[in-house]
Design a protein around this ligand. Sequence first.
Ligand SMILES: [Zn+2]
Length: 279
Amino acid sequence: MVGRAVELLGKLRAEAGLARLAGVGVALPAPVAVRDGAPVSPPALPGWHQFPVRDTIAAELGCPVQVDNDANVMALGERHAGTGRPFDDFLYVKLGDAVGCGLVLGGGLYRGAASGAGDIGHLQLTEDGPLCTCGNTGCVEAYCGDAALVREAVTAARAGRSTALADRLATAGALTVADVAAAATAGDPAAQTLVRDAARRLGQVLVGLVSFVNPAIVIIGGAAPGIGPVLLAEIRGVVYRRSTPLATGSMPIVLSDLDDRAGLVGAARLVSDQVFAAC
Ligand SMILES: [Zn+2]
C-alpha cells in the first residue's frame, strides 16, 4: 500500500509539474507513535505493527514526512480551515471503519504522553457486547464502526425486519454502510433504528468526554452520506440530556463541513508545521 501511495503521488507530481516536494503528511487509521513515524498494534491494519511508514516514504520521496493518526490529522484540518477554526478547545470525532477522536486543546493538537490520546474506538461499553476486530468484546467500534452497522443491517435483513435491506442484500449479495445510509435516508424504520442505536452508544461516550474535557464544540466527521441528520439528532439528545449544563450549555455538536477534505488539509498542515519550523 505504501508503494502504491508513493506511485500515485508520483503521478500527481507529474500532472502538477512539481519538481520537488516540500513535505508529505500521512494519516493512518491506527494508533501512531508519532516520534517513530509508525503505527502501533493497529486493529484495523493487521500486519502494520511498527512498520516504518514515515522513514519508508521519506526514503522513497527524499523529503520530510510526518505520520499521525487519522482523527488527529482531521482535527488539525478542522482547526486550520474548517468548523474548528474559531475554537481553541474542541473534539473531532471520526466515524467510519475505525472510530477515533482528535483533541484540540489550548489551540493545538493534544497527543498525550505517547501520542495515544483520543483513541476511543476500543473503550469497552459493555462486557458481553459484539466481538471487535481488536479481539475484545463490546468496544465502541464494535457498536459504532461501519462494519458494525453493516453486520446489524444484514441481521435485520435476514430477520425480515427491513424489506429495503433484504432486497438490496438479495441483489448485491452483501451490504455496505452506503446501503444502510440509503435505506435510512429513504425512511426505512429498521435502518433508522440501526443508525440511532449506534449514535446513542456514541452519545454515551461523548457524555464522558465532554464532561472531562469541556470542549467549546464537538465536530463529527466520517459519517456515511445521508445519515448525518439522524445520527446528530440522537447524539445531541443523549449528550444534552445527560451532561451538566456548565459543560454543554453553549456547546454545539455539528457535522464536519470539510468532511473527507479534513484529512487532506490536516495532512498538509501537519507536515508544513514541521517543514517551516525547521527553516
Ligand atoms: Zn476493540
